[in-house]
Design a protein around this ligand. Structure first.
Ligand SMILES: NC(=O)c1ccc[n+]([C@@H]2O[C@H](COP(=O)([O-])OP(=O)(O)OC[C@H]3O[C@@H](n4cnc5c(N)ncnc54)[C@H](O)[C@@H]3O)[C@@H](O)[C@H]2O)c1
Length: 286
């Protein structure tokens, strides 16, 4: 399959491009910056004309794509003023998803976030483990993720053949980025993320699986590691962080408080990386 990946030079984009190429796909990256040459075209997704044209074809690169993976964004609040995060991300996502619709691309996977369901959880979640049925934004970045998911649901109604899958990633951790897990015993660590994390290689695997599993309609999946990033049992974290919040099932050991059952069941998602192994390996080479 020929796949366009936006945000191809970013943390998740780099891992995703590698994963898809390993899987035998022909990948063309779109980003504001990247390696000159085959497989990459500089595109500013703020510009609808560029975005549509790049999806339709680029001389010496491709003559149309079968699928789109949309990862480009300002990846967090705070880097620029909140209003800029909103305008930049919503504009880029509308341009990209609408251009895909116009260009006849019928398989789309896009990056959503745990911020679409309550991060940083100043207000407690309605229940734990937190699943995809909860939608709650607490800042402009999360608001755009909610709006993107809503937009995707509407676009899927406009075209019966369109498959559009939102992956709600939690905090992405790249190989070599596990140093902060030294704080795993600190009950304040990752509370704003419900303790969650996901290795970027597992996140990229989820993208590949979502492309493989694409079927018409809009879908939303949480993507997190199987465990929390803490060495405190999950049942204790739930009690400590959110007293009175319903815990819907017995929590085994360090089981994630972000439910990944839906991705496991529908996509075959099975996270292969965990912080204990990665952290120990990083310490061993010091
Ligand atoms: N980093 C996380 O922990 C995290 C967690 C949940 C969801 N996400 C989402 O995953 C996606 C990827 O995040 P990341 O951490 O890899 O971010 P990143 O900042 O590393 O990469 C984003 C890329 O998008 C590109 N980009 C931004 N605006 C663009 C534009 N107008 N035109 C073309 N390219 C543009 C940037 O140049 C960058 O290379 C984002 O949608 C982000 O919101 C990230």
């Amino acid at each position: 399959m020929r796949i366009a990946v936006t945000g191809s030079s970013g943390t998740l984009g780099t891992a995703t491009v590698a994963r898809l190429r390993d899987g035998g796909h022909d990948v063309v990256g779109f980003d504001l910056a990247g390696p000159a040459g085959p497989g990459f075209t500089r595109v500013d997704l703020a510009d609808y004309g560029q975005t549509l044209d790049a999806l339709l074809g680029v001389t010496a690169r491709h003559d149309g794509v079968d699928a789109l993976v949309h990862l480009a964004a300002i990846p967090v609040n705070g880097l620029v003023p909140d209003v800029t995060t909103f305008h930049a991300n919503l504009t880029a996502s509308f341009n990209t998803l609408f251009a895909a619709l116009r260009a006849g691309v019928r398989t789309v996977v896009h990056a959503s976030s745990i911020t679409a369901m309550g991060f940083p959880f100043a207000q407690p979640p309605p229940y734990l483990p937190l699943d995809e049925d909860v939608t709650a934004a607490s800042n402009t970045y999360g608001l755009v993720k909610v709006l993107e998911e809503t937009m995707a649901g509407q676009f899927a109604r406009w075209d019966d053949a369109l498959s559009i899958t939102a992956l709600r990633f939690t905090n992405l951790v790249a190989p070599g980025g596990y140093d902060t897990f030294a704080r795993a015993g600190d009950p304040a660590y990752r509370r704003d993320l419900l303790g969650s994390y996901v290795d970027v290689r597992d996140a990229a695997m989820a993208v590949a699986l979502a492309l493989d599993a694409a079927r018409p309609g809009a879908a939303v999946y949480n993507v997190a590691a199987a465990d929390t990033g803490l060495s405190i049992p999950s049942a204790e974290l739930a009690r400590r962080w959110f007293p009175g919040v319903t815990v819907r099932k017995p929590l085994a050991g360090f089981e994630s408080l972000v439910a990944i059952d839906r991705a496991r069941e529908h996509l075959g998602y099975a996270p292969a990386h965990d912080w204990r192994t990665e952290y120990a390996a990083a310490q061993a080479v010091r």
